[in-house]
Structure formats: structure tokens, C-alpha cells
Design a protein. Structure first.
Length: 129
């Protein structure tokens, strides 16, 4: 349900893609080690893992954004709504990734994540039409 509400029906219905998305998410979570937090500039394995997982998420969701941008008709999927408003692919990816990651954090880790997520959403600057 979270994937459907943050991206599109095609991604939510593709079980393999959702499993890849979950694996990327858990790789990002596992890379949040105390060492990586204290020395974020250090090129350790946690940093490489996080970069690979982040790029994997970016390319996975980006492929669906491109698919929808090239589609002849738009639907009511969140990606299509943003495309119809003229939002750039990078901003769509940012909104989708932010929603996915924070919603999964809220589901897994509770109220504190929700509070941080709502503060971040209030600072998000999207054009209003």
C-alpha cells in the first residue's frame, strides 16, 4: 500500500521490484552504523553500501517515472499527478523517495519518525497550482 501511495500502480504490482525496493531500504538502514554517523566522510563499507542502495532506489523509481512520462495518457497515480503539474523528474523522485523512506520509518520505528517526517514535509517547497 505504501509503495502504491508514493509511486504508481505498476511498481506496487511488480513483486520483484517491491522486493528490490525493500532490499535497498534495508541496506540503507543497516548502513546507519555508529561509525558511519560519527565519521560520515570516511569511505568505509557502510558508506559504499548506502550509496549503492540509494542509487538503486533512485534508478528503480526513476525507471517508473520515465515510463509514466513517456505514456500517452496519465492516470491518478501520484507520479502522474506530479507529472501533470509540470514537476521535474528529479523532484518527483525526491518526493517519492522521501515519502517511501519516511513512511517505512514511521511504520517500523513509531511516533518519533512521524514527528521528524511532518517537520520535513513542512519545509518541502513544491510549486502550488
Amino acid at each position: 500500500m505504501t509503495v502504491r501511495m508514493a509511486t504508481c500502480r505498476e511498481l506496487a504490482d511488480d513483486r520483484q521490484a517491491v522486493e528490490k525496493l525493500a532490499q535497498f531500504y534495508w541496506n540503507i538502514e543497516k548502513s546507519a552504523t555508529p561509525f558511519a554517523s560519527l565519521l560520515p566522510w570516511f569511505p568505509g563499507s557502510a558508506k559504499r553500501t548506502k550509496e549503492k542502495a540509494t542509487m538503486g532506489l533512485y534508478h528503480l523509481i526513476g525507471s517508473y517515472v520515465k515510463l509514466h512520462r513517456d505514456a500517452p495518457t496519465l492516470s491518478t497515480d501520484p507520479i502522474d499527478v506530479l507529472l501533470a503539474d509540470g514537476i521535474s523528474d528529479d523532484n518527483i523522485l525526491g518526493v517519492s523517495l522521501s515519502h517511501l523512506l519516511h513512511t517505512l520509518d514511521i511504520y517500523l520505528f513509531g511516533r518519533q519518525s512521524y514527528r521528524l517526517y511532518s517537520q520535513e514535509l513542512s519545509t518541502l517547497a513544491l510549486p502550488v497550482s
